[in-house]
Design a protein around this ligand. Structure first.
Ligand code: ZN
Length: 85
């Protein structure tokens, strides 16, 4: 899949990140991305983590299922929490 355009937006209503299915409240900043999957134009919201995770681990040809990055994100957050203690 190819990212065509991405823009950080302050959301005005609840939105889900396509990568981790986390719910974000109005006022949060999410990346609004336009991209192509198998020739289809798609738009979704991405949180910072999932966008970065995709680019670092799967870009450019990696497939993913919506919500698939939730486990990685949780592990990453736990690691961060652990580092604080
Ligand atoms: Zn996410």
């Amino acid at each position: 899949m190819t990212f065509i355009k991405e823009k950080t937006l302050k959301i005005r209503k609840n939105q889900y990140c396509i990568g981790c299915y986390q719910n974000f409240e109005p006022g949060s900043s999410l990346l609004y991305c336009v991209y192509v999957v198998y020739g289809d134009l798609c738009t979704s919201y991405w949180c910072d983590f999932c966008h970065k995770y995709y680019l670092e681990n799967l870009y450019p040809w990696g497939d993913f299922d919506p919500g698939e990055f939730a486990t990685e994100k949780r592990e990453f957050e736990n690691l961060e929490k652990g580092a604080d203690q």
